[in-house]
Ligand binder design. Structure first.
Ligand SMILES: Cc1cc2nc3c(=O)[nH]c(=O)nc-3n(C[C@H](O)[C@H](O)[C@H](O)COP(=O)(O)OP(=O)(O)OC[C@H]3O[C@@H](n4cnc5c(N)ncnc54)[C@H](O)[C@@H]3O)c2cc1C
Length: 290
C-alpha cells in the first residue's frame, strides 16, 4: 500500500502530528498523504477504500489519539481561491480565516464573521461552522464532492445544514473538493471595523493562549454549555494534562502534555456533573478520533 501511495503523491510514514492539531496533542499516524490535485486525491481515496483513513483539515475540531493506526489524507495543497465579483471559489484546504480576510479586504461582506475560525473550508462545511450569528449554511452556494464513486455537485440544501451539522457527518466517505460562496459588495471600512470588534470580542472572551479546539460541547437548547459548566465551578478543573479553561468554561485546553484519554475523562466528568445538577445531556461538538 505504502509503495502504491508513493507513486501517486507525497507521503510520510510514522508522521508526527503535534504541530498539525490545534490542541497540540502528542500524536502520530501510520502514514500521512498529501495529494496535490483532485486527480491524485481520487486515486488515493480509491486505493484506501478498504483501509482505515480520514481526510483531515486543520485538526481544530478533532481529538487525535496517541497513535492513529491508519492513513490521514491532508489537503494542505488544495489552497487555491479566487472570486468573480460576488461569487467566491475555494478549494477545500484553504483556511477560512485567510479566505474571509482576503475577500473582506476587497470590500465584500458575507465571509467576515468567520475570520477567527482556525479551520479549513472542508472542515467548516462538514460541521457547518459559525459564529456571531452566522454559519456556513448562509453563504455556501454549492460544493464539488467526491462521493466514493463520482464527483458530484451538492447544492446548499443537499447538505441538510443545521446547528453544527451537515449530512456529511453521516456520509463519511464524502470528500469536499471545492466550494462556492455568495458574498455581497459592501463598504470595506465598515466590514473591517466589524472584524476588529469581533476579534476583540474573541480575544477578551475566549482562551486563545492555550492550545484547544475551541468549544468542546454543543450549546443545549436555550442554554450556553459554557455558562452551565462555569456555574458548576469547573473552571480550572483538570484531569492529567487536560483542563477546563480558566477563561472560557466550554474550552478544554492542553495545559501540559494532555492525551486523548485525559480529554475523554474530563469530558465524562463534566457531562456527569451537568447531568447531575441540570439533568441536561451535553453533546460533544468535537470528534474523538480512534
Ligand atoms: C480557538 C478556536 C476557536 C474556534 N472558534 C470556532 C467558532 O467560532 N465557530 C466554530 O464553528 N468552530 C470554531 N472552532 C472549531 C473549529 O475551528 C471548526 O469546527 C472548524 O470548522 C474545523 O475545521 P478543520 O479544518 O480544523 O476540521 P478538522 O478538525 O480537521 O476536521 C473536522 C471534520 O471535518 C472533516 N473534514 C475536513 N475536511 C474535509 C473535507 N475536505 N471533506 C470532507 N470532510 C472533511 C474531517 O474528516 C473531520 O471529520 C474553533 C477552534 C479553535 C481552536
Amino acid at each position: 500500500m505504502i509503495n502504491e501511495l508513493k507513486h501517486i503523491c507525497e507521503i510520510n510514514e510514522n508522521f508526527d502530528l503535534k504541530n498539525y492539531n490545534t490542541l497540540k496533542l502528542d500524536s502520530k499516524c501510520k502514514c500521512i498523504v498529501f495529494p496535490s490535485n483532485e486527480d491524485e486525491l481520487i486515486q488515493v481515496l480509491k486505493l484506501l477504500k478498504n483501509e482505515k483513513h480520514f481526510v483531515m483539515g486543520n485538526a481544530s475540531n478533532i481529538v487525535l489519539p496517541r497513535f492513529y493506526d491508519g492513513y490521514i489524507i491532508k489537503l494542505s495543497k488544495f489552497k487555491e481561491f479566487n472570486n468573480e465579483n460576488d461569487i467566491v471559489y475555494a478549494q477545500s484546504g484553504v483556511m477560512i480565516n485567510k479566505l474571509a480576510t482576503t475577500i473582506s479586504n476587497m470590500g465584500y461582506s458575507g465571509l467576515d464573521p468567520f475570520t477567527g475560525i482556525p479551520g479549513t473550508i472542508g472542515g467548516c462545511i462538514y460541521g457547518n461552522a459559525g459564529c456571531f450569528g452566522s454559519s456556513m449554511s448562509e453563504v455556501l452556494i454549492d460544493a464539488r464532492v467526491y462521493d466514493g464513486k463520482d464527483i458530484i455537485t451538492l447544492k446548499n440544501e443537499d447538505f441538510k445544514f443545521n446547528y453544527r451539522y451537515s449530512m456529511l457527518k453521516e456520509n463519511k466517505n464524502f470528500v469536499i473538493l471545492s466550494s462556492r460562496f455568495k458574498v455581497e459588495k459592501g463598504n470595506v471600512d465598515v466590514i473591517k471595523q466589524l472584524i476588529l470588534e469581533r476579534t476583540n470580542k474573541r480575544v477578551s472572551t475566549q482562551d486563545l493562549k492555550n492550545p484547544s479546539n475551541g468549544s468542546m460541547f454543543r450549546n443545549p437548547e436555550n442554554a450556553s454549555a459554557g455558562k452551565l459548566i462555569d456555574d458548576l465551578g469547573l473552571k480550572g478543573y483538570s484531569v492529567g494534562g487536560a483542563m477546563v479553561s480558566n477563561i472560557h468554561a466550554n474550552f478544554i485546553v492542553n495545559k501540559s502534555n494532555a492525551t486523548q484519554e485525559d480529554i475523554i475523562e474530563l469530558v465524562k466528568y463534566i457531562k456527569s456533573k451537568v447531568k447531575e445538577k441540570y439533568n441536561i445531556d451535553l453533546v460533544l461538538e468535537q470528534e474523538i478520533i480512534k
